[in-house]
Write a protein that binds this ligand. Structure first.
Ligand SMILES: C[S@@+](CC[C@H](N)C(=O)[O-])C[C@H]1O[C@@H](n2cnc3c(N)ncnc32)[C@H](O)[C@@H]1O
Length: 264
């Protein structure tokens, strides 16, 4: 992964949608290895630069082709992918940037984040889509609307409770928000043997089943009742992204008393 590049003046509305944000993160980070859970037609996969190896995972991908020299889509669920595939081998090394956008059930997104962590390093950035629900109809567990965030917001609640070591920034970007997660450590061998059925999460994260059972009944009303600041949602601006990335690449940012962090 390269150090962040480019200096662009902060301005509101830099990121009209999550795809603009993702494109900018690819441009800034130029990740060597990108993992995407949930590719659908490949709109987000297509945003990577030509020097990035792309691995996508989707049980029903609808990608016709991609104008990119180094990409693959594995047609399976994320659970099966992490349980049965040689993830390191497919990526050619640890994950630099990951985008979790598969099944919109929070326990699946949570398992995806924890599984990606096994292939992370200290500068890995993990994005989780759909963490800021917009209303009750679009945040049900069973899909009933075109825009559908499901209950992925609970993924952040669970991580905030049980993984205070991770740095989670909740970005208010259309249509349904994005969590930017950093603070990962290089993976230590834990004897994982590739068992399925979420065994990886139960074995490595003893809190997993409990937090899933606790949060499962929560609804959009509970999200609203928590109050707008409970998840710490912040505007998705260029400045916010600078502040997320600066701790990973301190040599690339300088602090100016007038304008805060500036990419150099
Ligand atoms: C919202 S779409 C992804 C959109 C894409 N990332 C984009 O921005 O253009 C969600 C995708 O997740 C896939 N999906 C559903 N269940 C999944 C699972 N268990 N593991 C991985 N992907 C899954 C669906 O087939 C669907 O294509």
């Amino acid at each position: 992964m390269s150090a962040p590049t480019g200096s662009h003046p902060p301005k509101p509305g830099d990121y009209p949608t999550y795809l603009h944000l993702l494109a900018d993160l690819h441009r800034r980070l130029r990740p060597a290895r990108y993992l995407e859970i949930g590719v659908n037609e490949g709109h987000s996969l297509a945003l990577a630069g030509p020097t990035t190896r792309l691995v996508g995972v989707d049980p029903e991908p609808r990608v016709d082709g991609l104008d990119h020299p180094d990409w693959m889509v594995v047609s399976t669920t994320s659970e099966e992918f992490f349980a049965s595939y040689d993830v390191n081998g497919l990526l050619g090394g640890p994950v630099d940037l990951a985008f979790v956008d598969g099944l919109h059930h929070f326990e699946v997104a949570l398992a995806d984040v924890l599984a990606v962590e096994r292939y992370a390093h200290s500068r890995t950035v993990v994005l989780v889509h759909d963490v800021v629900p917009i209303d009750a109809p679009t945040s049900t567990r069973e899909r009933a609307t075109v825009v559908w965030s499901g209950d992925v917001w609970k993924t952040v609640v669970a991580l905030r409770r049980h993984r205070p070591d991770l740095v989670i920034t909740m970005l208010d970007v259309a249509p349904t928000g994005m969590a930017l997660i950093t603070g990962f450590e290089p993976h230590q061998d834990d004897g994982y043997d590739g068992q399925q059925d979420g065994a990886v999460n139960r074995n490595l994260n003893p809190w997993f089943d409990t937090v899933v059972a606790t949060l499962l009944p929560a609804t959009y009303d509970d999200f609203v009742a928590m109050g707008p600041d409970a998840l710490g949602v912040v505007p998705c601006t260029d400045q916010t992204i600078d502040e997320c990335l600066a701790p990973l690449f301190p040599a690339c940012f300088e602090v100016s008393p007038q304008s805060g962090l500036n990419p150099t």
